[in-house]
Design a protein around this ligand. Structure first.
Ligand code: ADP
Ligand code: TRP
Length: 354
C-alpha cells in the first residue's frame, strides 16, 4: 500500500486556501493509502520569534501593553491545527496524526541527511530566499529547513506527498537528498513524489492568492460577524448596480465556485449578466455584488457548519485531542525507529543498545 505523508505548519488560523489547496486533499487521501499527517512544530520554531515580534508590533500600534509570547503562539497554533484537522474530518482510525517534535528520530535523520547534502542545494531554495526577503531572521535552522522536511518525509519512507505548488521545490530537494544518501550508502529510501491538488490557487479577498502574509484570508472557522465582515470585504469592481457584470473576473464569484454545484454557478452567472433577473424577489432592485456575497456567505456558513460544531466539541475535550496525538506519535515512532535501524546499519553503525 502506498504511504502518504504531509506536514502542516502551525502558523496561524487556517483559511479557505489551505482547505481547498491542501486539507481537503489530505482528508480524502486517508481512504486511499497508509496516511501520516503531522503538525510541523519543529519547523515553526524557525519563524516563531519573528511571529512574536509581529504580535508585539501590532499590539503596540493598537496601544496595548501585552502580547502573546513565542511560547504562547506555538502552543495555541499547534492546538488550533490539531482541532482544525480533526474537525474537518481527519479520522485517527485511518490516518496517523502526530506532532513532529514527538518523533525525535526526525532530527536524528536530519543530521544524517545533512552530512550528504551540499551547501549549493540549500542555497538554491526559493523558500529560504523568500523568507529572508520578508524580513525573517535567517538562522541556520531556517537555512536547513529543507533537510528537516526531507527527514519528515523519509523517516516513514513515504511514497506520496500531497502538497501545494509552493512545496514542489522542497520535494525535488528531498529526492535529491534521498538520492545522495542512497548513492553513498545503498538503497534505503524510496524516492517520494509530490501530489498536487486540483485547486491551484484560491483567490483571497483582494484577488491575489489567499495567504496569511497578504492579510486577505477568510478563515475556515470564522463565524458570525467576523465571517460576514470578511466576505463583505471581498474586493469587487465599480460596475454600477444596474449594469451587467462579468462573473469571470469577480473574486466573489471565483470563491462561490468552490462551494456551489454547476447549476448554482450557472444561475449566479446569469444574475451577474442580467441584473434584473428575478428582480421581484429583491423588491425590484437589480442584482449586485452584495447579493452575490450574501449567497457566498450562506454557502460558506453551511459548508463548514458540521465541522464547526465538531471543533467546539473537541475544544471542550483537550484530553481526547492529546491522546489522539500521542497514539499517532507512538505509531509514527515505531516506523521511525525501523527506518533509523536501516540508516544506522547502512552507514556502518551498530544497532542502538536498548
Ligand atoms: P499561507 O500562504 O497562508 O502562509 P501556507 O504556505 O501555510 O499558507 O500553506 C499551507 C498549504 O496550503 C500549502 O500546501 C499551500 O500550497 C496551501 N495553500 C495556501 N494558500 C493557498 C491558496 N490560496 N490556494 C491554494 N492552496 C493554498
Ligand atoms: N514546508 C511545508 C509547508 O510550509 C510543511 C512541511 C514540513 C511539510 N514538513 C513537511 C509538508 C513534509 C510535506 C511533507 O507547508
Amino acid at each position: 500500500m502506498k504511504r502518504i505523508l504531509s506536514g502542516v505548519q502551525p502558523s496561524g488560523k487556517l483559511h479557505l486556501g489551505n482547505y481547498f489547496g491542501a486539507i481537503r486533499q489530505h482528508i480524502a487521501l486517508q481512504d486511499q493509502g497508509d496516511a501520516f499527517y503531522f503538525i510541523a512544530d519543529y519547523h515553526a520554531l524557525t519563524t516563531l520569534k519573528d511571529a512574536e515580534a509581529k504580535e508585539a508590533d501590532a499590539a503596540q500600534k493598537a496601544g496595548k501593553k501585552t502580547w502573546k509570547s513565542a511560547k504562547e503562539i506555538l502552543a495555541e497554533n499547534v492546538r488550533d491545527v490539531a482541532l482544525d484537522y480533526l474537525a474537518l474530518g481527519l479520522d485517527p482510525a485511518k490516518a496517523c496524526f502526530y506532532r513532529q517534535s514527538d518523533v525525535p528520530e526526525v532530527c536524528e535523520l536530519a543530521w544524517m541527511l545533512a552530512t550528504v547534502t551540499g551547501m549549493g542545494l540549500l542555497e538554491r531554495a526559493h523558500s529560504y530566499k523568500d523568507k529572508v526577503a520578508q524580513g525573517i531572521t535567517p538562522s541556520v535552522g531556517l537555512f536547513s529547513y529543507p533537510i528537516l522536511m526531507a527527514a519528515d518525509i523519509l523517516i516513514v519512507r513515504s511514497n506520496v506527498v500531497p502538497v501545494g505548488k509552493d512545496q514542489v521545490q522542497h520535494l525535488e530537494m528531498t529526492r535529491d537528498i534521498a538520492g545522495y544518501f542512497n548513492g553513498a550508502y545503498g538503497d534505503v529510501f524510496p524516492l517520494p513524489q509530490e501530489q498536487l491538488g486540483e485547486v491551484p490557487a484560491v483567490p483571497g479577498t483582494d484577488g491575489r492568492k489567499m495567504s496569511k502574509s497578504y492579510g486577505n484570508t477568510i478563515e475556515i472557522f470564522a463565524e458570525g460577524k467576523a465571517l460576514k465582515n470578511a466576505v463583505m470585504g471581498i474586493v469587487t469592481d465599480s460596475t454600477p448596480l444596474e449594469s451587467p457584470k462579468n462573473p469571470e473576473n469577480c473574486n466573489a464569484f471565483a470563491m462561490y465556485k468552490l462551494f456551489a454545484t454547476p447549476e448554482e454557478q450557472a444561475s449566479l452567472a446569469e444574475h451577474y449578466r442580467q441584473p434584473m433577473l428575478n428582480a421581484e424577489a429583491r423588491g425590484g432592485r437589480p442584482f449586485g455584488y452584495g447579493d452575490a456575497k450574501t449567497l457566498l456567505l450562506k454557502k460558506i456558513d453551511a459548508f463548514f457548519a458540521e465541522a464547526r460544531q465538531r471543533r467546539k466539541d473537541l475544544a471542550a475535550d483537550p484530553a481526547r485531542v492529546e491522546s489522539i496525538l500521542q497514539a499517532g506519535a507512538a505509531k509514527a515512532r515505531a516506523e521511525a525507529v525501523k527506518t533509523m535501524e536501516l540508516v544506522r546499519k547502512a552507514v556502518g553503525m551498530l544497532p542502538r543498545p536498548v
